[in-house]
Design a protein around this ligand. Sequence first.
Ligand code: FAD
Ligand code: NAP
Length: 541
Amino acid sequence: MSSSKPDRERVDIAEIDVVVVGAGFAGCYMLHRVREMGLSVRAFETSSGVGGTWYWNRYPGARCDIESMEYSYQFSEELQQEWEWSERYSPQSEILAYINHVADRFDLRRDIQFETRVTSAHFDETGRRWHVVTDRGDELSAQFCIMATGCLSSTNTPDFPGLDAFEGDWVHTGDWPHEGVDFSGKRVGVIGTGSSGIQSIPLIALESDHLTVFQRTANYSVPANNRPMDPQVQAKVKADYRAFRQRNSEMPFGAFADVGRREESAVLATEEERAEHYDYWWIEGGLTFLASYGDLMFDADANATAASYVRGKIRELVDDPEVAEILIPDQVFGCKRLCADTGYFETFNRSNVDLVDVRKSPIEEITPTGLRTGDAEYALDVIVFATGFDAMTGALLGIDIRGRDGQTLGEKWSAGPRTYLGLGTAGFPNLFTITGPGSPSVLANMVPAIEQHVNWISDCIQYLRDAGLHEIEASIDAEDAWVDHVNEVANMTLFPGCNSWYLGANVPGKPRVFMPYIGFPMYVEKCEEVVAKNYEGFVTS
Ligand code: FAD
Ligand code: NAP
């Protein structure tokens, strides 16, 4: 790489084998694996602790919606045996405690530099190394650069005029203050009704004097039916955790194996059978509702039966029929991520809660004392932005990444992300992305998806070292074919059918491309096949 830096500065550049960016579930496990391989490694993390998502998202009600026994690492049998989960769906604080326990147990912190943002990573074609720079002035040269920057880590705060002049407090669910937010006696506005809004709204309603919910798109949500962990369930899983993980890895989303795979068709069932069936899954609770019939995400008529059932439930749960109608979604069921809630729809029966339809009358500005839509003004003391993330690409494109010939990742991905397997992108040798676009990532139980990627990357680095090779890079042909395949698979389903963040539709100006790969087991099989064929589709040298 050409550099105008004087030699005096260049001698200080630390030479290491691997840089890992991020210290959430992905970065922590990556660091552990690389260290086990005897490589020198440095991880950088913007925040002051490990945990990623679970460090940042401390809003009331934040918890996982994949069951606790599944939403955890499996790489260490001792770890999965010793950790006790207290609820069916763990609260944020418990997941954060767990990842801190992992960091202690495997002594990870000594190789993580916190409160440090990686600002650039440039590939030096002559030295065949990545030159990595941070906002604290660190400069490193590394053979491999591994991005563990997260799919949902770059917050999206809409650019409403007037926010700077707002005299109250405003917060984003994805960057929640550690000291918490005191809502007592306050008039609160929540913007956004995705999973974060739906989890936090019932609790904010309890704590605040008055809550106004600003909804642009009504969302489908099913009861989470959270409950204390059943010790017998925990003991049963732990008796053969390996088999439990294996069963889950064979499921389309890499989860929910013990709830049972439903192959039946919703359209072939009679109306009575369907009603009974949906009642069962509604009471069972959780995201498995989406898989309660095998064809819900493949057949529009099947999908309409689930949509109609949930719409009926909303009408039952919400006392005021006019409010219920605003809360009833009109898009394909599940094409925006399904939410799992605790008392969400019932919250709108409270006398201190109002719902505003901002699809009908959009938010025009934040005023010093509140918020103004097209037809009314609302006085607010606190505004909560539950407005989501620049998903899958935001954190990566937030870094100045340059590959061969100085090409930036932003240029390469200007029409949407292009990767091979979501692991690498042509023109950027030895750069790996954990749960990158084009991999199952957000359409899978993410912890096993992360572990599968970390294991694949570790094995790949070991392969290169054993073979005396220095570089690996996705070939453009393999990448083009993979991007086509990702789209082809998505288009066989109903997932691309609405303005979801899977398509980047939530961020103005973002290219509309379906980013995750649908089908965890098929994906894992493909990754294994690539390895068996000596990294077919990658170029090594
Ligand atoms: P993250 O946890 O996002 O960590 C990435 C880290 O990289 C962050 O800490 C960030 O600060 C850091 N970083 C980014 N850029 C830089 C930079 N330039 N320099 C230094 N550091 C940087 N998934 C599920 O499967 N099940 C669930 O139930 C579930 N619940 C969720 C609930 C919430 C509220 C959210 C937001 C997401 C949820 N997810 C869930 C998805 C979740 O993001 C993943 O499960 C998982 O935690 C991702 O881990 P990660 O390490 O890949 O990314
Ligand atoms: P999200 O699903 O993207 O929801 C953001 C909400 O903000 C949407 O309702 C969106 O409306 C609204 N919004 C965005 N910009 C707006 C604007 N300019 N004006 C008005 N409304 C606006 O984000 P999220 O709720 O943070 O969830 C993101 C993902 O994180 C989830 O899908 C899930 O994968 C994960 N997550 C999981 C859990 C869990 O239960 N385990 C909890 C939280 C998050 P539109 O729909 O119209 O764009």
